[in-house]
Design a protein around this ligand. Structure first.
Ligand code: CAO
Length: 437
């Protein structure tokens, strides 16, 4: 067990007592010679008291606000081996080196600038200004050790408020400042948002709970959805497509298709209708370059389809939809959704989409806001079709209406084009003979 050395306030020149305004070290800190231990304030100036020995701080004997004179004990130190040896050779506990005292006296009898200029080369500061209005003037009121600590962490002291005596910036202020910055960064990775960190809540305080782990797919889509929602300015345009004739046709060929093992749902027709609208509005079949400076227009028509699986949401891509028949598309849709649910979908099967359809029509609901599946610039949300009375000019007619919700990236698509696209799509679904044109 190392002997403890009492480190004392050295000769303060003609100053009888000085107030401690900052303790610059903490218990268990490893300190070196010249590290600032405390900062003193007299009527004339502030001054750092540097250490004359190295070791581990075991006990801090003083506190901010204490008045000290030469010989007052500052702290107890477990010396490192060399100092320990020296101290064993001496009868008295080690005293600060005379150079330190001289340094202190120089600092004290000279200006504040001199005191702080030891490693900062800061311009002179009028003391009243520094003591009473540190932040308003842009003047930083901090000891050299604190400035050094801030420099190491890349902290701009002019942007900080000190909690020490008379606004002085302390080590703890810098630690808190860095923690705050890191927590802001983790909650808003775009770097421009100023979002408060979410507090951890212990829900068991309010009742019984159970914690279940998210699946890999859920964690992956959660990160992507969050990023897309935060980085893409979304607009959602709604419309109802009259699919009375389209669905009558589907039903008329449904059994015939089923006899060949093909299940025809409205979604298969929608895939074809979407391609017709993408051809009419090529900006919807594009991606914005990552530097936001150009648009990559695609000449192929690969459509992503959101599939709900027990493990979470996946989006397989059906390629070359423009080149495939309705029956081929229905077969492929059944195959990819089955392999998605059986976890057999490879990563490549989910790449390369131009546009995405998210259909909740088989489940229910009247509309929702789908999140654009980047790098696509638009996505179509489909809700459940219902019979509605529609005025035909003479009377109300029962029509099968399909709610569509088109979300798009407003950086790429203007509102007017959004409305034109969904109108085109509704019209195509309203009369699928148009697909032949
Ligand atoms: N309106 C009314 N009925 C509809 C409909 C609609 N818009 N869409 C489908 N249906 C009917 C189908 O015709 C089928 O009925 P029949 O068997 O009598 O023909 C029934 O609803 C079920 O259809 P389905 O959902 O099995 O098939 P689908 O081709 O419409 O959809 C798939 C396939 C894979 C997209 C779908 O199963 C699915 O997973 N949907 C969820 C997608 C999702 O989770 N999106 C959210 C993502 S964003 O959070």
């Amino acid at each position: 067990m190392a002997n403890l050395i009492e480190v004392k306030v050295p000769d303060l020149g003609d100053v009888s007592d000085a107030e401690i305004i900052e303790i610059s070290i903490s218990v268990d800190d490893a300190i070196d010679v010249e590290d600032t231990l405390i900062v003193l304030e007299t009527e004339k100036a502030t001054m750092d008291v540097p250490s004359s020995t190295s070791g581990i701080v075991k006990e801090i004997v003083c506190k901010p606000g204490d008045k000290v004179t030469e010989g007052s004990v500052i702290l107890k130190l477990a010396a490192s081996s060399v100092e320990e040896k020296q101290s064993e050779d001496q009868d008295e506990p080690q005293k600060p080196e005379p150079e330190v005292s001289k340094n202190m006296v120089d600092s004290e009898v000279n200006t504040k600038q001199k005191v702080f200029s030891r490693d900062e080369q800061k311009p002179a500061i009028a003391e009243d200004q520094a003591l009473h209005e540190p932040m308003q003037t842009g003047v930083v009121y901090a000891s050299p050790a604190i400035r050094r600590f801030a420099r190491e962490l890349g902290v701009d002291l002019t942007a900080m408020h000190g909690s020490g005596i008379k606004g002085r910036i302390l080590k703890e202020d810098i630690r808190q400042h860095v923690k705050k910055m890191l927590s802001k960064q983790s909650t808003a990775s775009t770097g421009t948002l100023n979002i408060a960190a979410l507090p951890n809540i212990d829900f068991s305080k309010f009742g019984d709970t159970e914690t279940i782990a998210l699946t890999k797919i859920q964690k992956f889509s959660s990160a992507n959805l969050h990023r897309n929602w935060l980085t893409i300015p979304h607009v959602t345009q709604n419309d109802d497509a009259d699919i009375t004739e389209m669905d009558a046709f589907r039903k008329s060929v449904k059994d015939e298709a089923l006899s060949e093992g093909i299940r025809l749902t409205p979604l298969t027709f929608m895939l074809k209708a979407v391609v017709a609208s993408l051809k009419a509005f090529p900006r919807f079949n594009s991606s914005l370059s990552t530097d936001d400076q150009s648009l990559i227009l695609k000449k192929y028509f690969h459509i992503g389809v959101a599939v709900d699986t027990p493990e979470g949401l996946v989006v397989p891509v059906i390629r070359d939809v423009d080149k495939k028949s309705i029956y081929q598309l229905a077969t492929e849709l059944a195959e990819v959704s089955a392999s998605a649910r059986d976890k057999k979908l490879g990563i490549d099967a989910m790449k390369g989409s131009c546009f995405t359809i998210s259909s909740l029509g088989g489940i229910g609901g009247t509309s929702f806001t789908p999140i654009v599946n980047w790098p696509d610039v638009a996505i179509l949300g489909v809700s459940k079709s219902t019979l509605k009375p529609v005025w035909n000019g003479q009377e109300f007619e029962p029509r099968l209406m399909l709610p569509l919700s088109l979300s798009y990236d407003h950086r790429v698509i203007d509102g007017a084009d959004g409305a034109r696209f969904i109108t085109h799509l509704s019209r195509t679904m309203g009369d699928i003979r148009r697909l032949l044109l």
